[in-house]
Design a protein. Structure first.
Length: 550
């Protein structure tokens, strides 16, 4: 292929010519792999597109996909492209209110309903006024079954979409309120996918496992698009409790995850071996290689030539820990609005741990007012759907996207995220506090799993802490002493107006279900501010409190 841009359907044609009988999608069902070759995938795509046309859907209609990752998700997405429809991915963990909002706001005329963990809690969001299709998994009731759709009509044979047509409307994860629908053209998506493959050196010999939500731009580009443009084989996870086994079956050569999962992997490794024993083994050069290989093998990652981390801030100490056992994790930064391909620490440089890497191919970054990171690339979105004012406000006069992230850029172009413009808040002292750098320092306490600094209008900012599983089992006084030491250490590094009044250990774990976390595991600061502003208003003098103690 040349440097010209090709749509995913063009690439499907390409791989059907190059490797028609090579397995493309591998879907486990009841612990058996169900495989689809490139040729079989193409046949299903056009049969499904034909059925949708026969049912009265027209080019330009919006069609939603509500499902966890599966082979049918890829097939459905390609079929929507073949029919000229605009896909509306919805997070499979979204609640009724969010699902209803996205369906209504986008004007979706149909929805595909697939793998869901708790379909009963989502049922009320989908009314009878919308066409409903299933994706061969038990769950929400549908009017048409997957097998019916595939047998309903002749394969569609119509002209392809143009590069500047809308491919998808991708709704943001909504960390600061209602999700916004970012308009993604074929051109922007194809550009991002093409350049990720070029940057990472991806080939048809690569294997990936798709498990992070496909409704999120990172998975849609780094995994799905890399398979379109690189020809990789894609495995899927069957369920949460089979995940490690599924990774071992897939033996991915490219593996992407989020900070929380890398932390969980680390915790499980330390619990199995023991911290002191592991430290000793890793100090002995001969044993270090053996131990490191065994760890990577048990995780199913011994064949991974590229490991990635993104979506939320990650502790540099965690990345250094992995680097010490030979697992070089590339931290990357991107957003829905820039197609996820923006900055990355690849090829991996250990001396740049703590940054989110340097700009990718044809990507530009610079700093605006208040250290705001400004970004430009051919992969930028076209605007927010039905929100012209928000679209206009999102760009500078010279076409750079206002990311909302605050950053520093070193003399080699490597970017360090230091906060969010909208996260900064004023305490009662009337000066702004930037919580993200404080949280990064706090996260280095091994007793802490998640932390969020709040304090708008309060006398002092306070760290809300969710303890790690291990810390929750330890004596309270031991954990309290550690948290106090952490608060005191951090406070010596802060200006007087940012000094922490203390830390509050919360009772209830933060989850997507209780609406503290977004589907991409970002903390909704405004939600915690509402819940805890009164509780923290009296905290001062480095107080360490447990919510349960009132």
């Amino acid at each position: 292929m040349t440097n010209e841009l090709y749509t995913p359907l063009d690439m499907l044609d390409h791989w059907c010519q190059q490797q028609p009988d090579t397995v493309y999608l591998r879907q486990p069902k009841q612990r058996q792999l169900h495989d689809y070759t490139w040729r079989q995938t193409l046949e299903l795509v056009y049969r499904l597109a034909g059925a949708l046309r026969q049912l009265g859907l027209e080019r330009g209609d919006k069609v939603a996909i509500l499902s966890k990752n599966c082979a049918e998700w890829f097939i459905t997405d390609l079929a929507l492209q073949a029919g000229g429809y605009i896909s509306i991915p919805i997070y499979p963990t979204a609640n009724e209110d969010t699902i209803r909002y996205v369906l209504t706001h986008s004007g979706a005329k149909a929805v595909f309903l697939g793998k869901l963990d708790d379909p009963g809690s989502q049922k009320g969001a989908i009314g009878n006024e919308i066409l409903r299709f299933d994706m061969s998994y038990p769950g929400l009731p549908a009017q048409y079954a997957w097998h019916q759709l595939l047998e309903m009509a002749e394969p569609l044979d119509e002209p392809r979409a143009d590069l500047d047509d809308i491919m998808s409307i991708i709704y943001t994860s909504g960390s600061t309120g209602r999700p916004k629908g970012a308009i993604e053209t074929f051109r922007a998506y194809s550009w991002a996918g093409t350049n990720i493959v070029k940057h990472l050196g991806a080939t048809p010999q690569d294997r990936v496992i798709s498990y992070l939500p496909l409704a999120h731009i990172t998975e849609r580009v780094y995994i799905q698009a890399s398979s379109f443009y690189g020809g990789a084989t894609v495995y899927f996870a069957e369920a949460l409790d089979t995940f490690v086994e599924d990774v071992n079956v897939a033996k991915p050569t490219l593996f992407l995850s989020v900070p929380r999962l890398w932390t969980l992997f680390q915790k499980n490794i330390i619990e199995k071996v023991g911290q002191s024993k592991l430290d000793l083994l890793l100090k002995l050069p001969i044993l270090k290689q053996i131990v490191a290989k065994k760890i990577r093998t048990q995780l199913g990652l011994n064949h991974a030539r590229i490991l990635g981390c993104g979506s939320a801030p990650v502790s540099p100490i965690l990345l250094e820990w992995y680097a010490n056992i030979g697992m070089k994790i590339t931290e990357a930064w991107g957003m829905t609005e820039n197609g996820a391909y923006a900055t990355l620490n690849f090829p991996f440089r250990a001396d740049k741990i703590g940054t989110v890497g340097a700009p990718g191919i044809d990507c530009e970054v610079k700093l605006g007012d208040d250290h705001e990171l400004l970004f430009k690339s051919p992969g930028l979105f076209s605007g927010y759907y039905l929100q012209d004012e928000a679209t206009a406000a999102a760009f500078t006069e010279d076409g750079f996207f206002r990311t909302g992230d605050q950053a520093e850029i070193d003399n080699e172009g490597f970017v360090t995220i230091i906060g969010r413009v909208k996260d900064n808040f004023k305490t009662a002292k009337g000066k702004y506090v930037s919580p993200v750098p404080i949280e990064r320092k706090f996260a280095q306490d091994s007793h802490v799993e998640l932390v969020c600094v709040i304090g708008s209008g309060a006398p002092y900012p306070v760290a809300l802490v969710q303890l790690s599983e291990g810390a929750a089992l330890l004596p309270v006084e031991e954990v309290k002493a550690s948290l106090l030491d952490t608060v005191r250490t951090i406070n010596t590094q802060l200006e007087s107006h940012s000094v922490l009044g203390g830390a509050l250990v919360v009772d209830e774990p933060w989850t997507i279900e209780n609406e503290v976390l977004t589907p991409t595991m970002k903390i909704k600061r405004h939600v915690l501010e509402q819940r805890y502003s009164e509780t923290i208003s009296t905290m001062r003098k480095e107080a360490i409190l447990w919510e349960a103690q009132g």
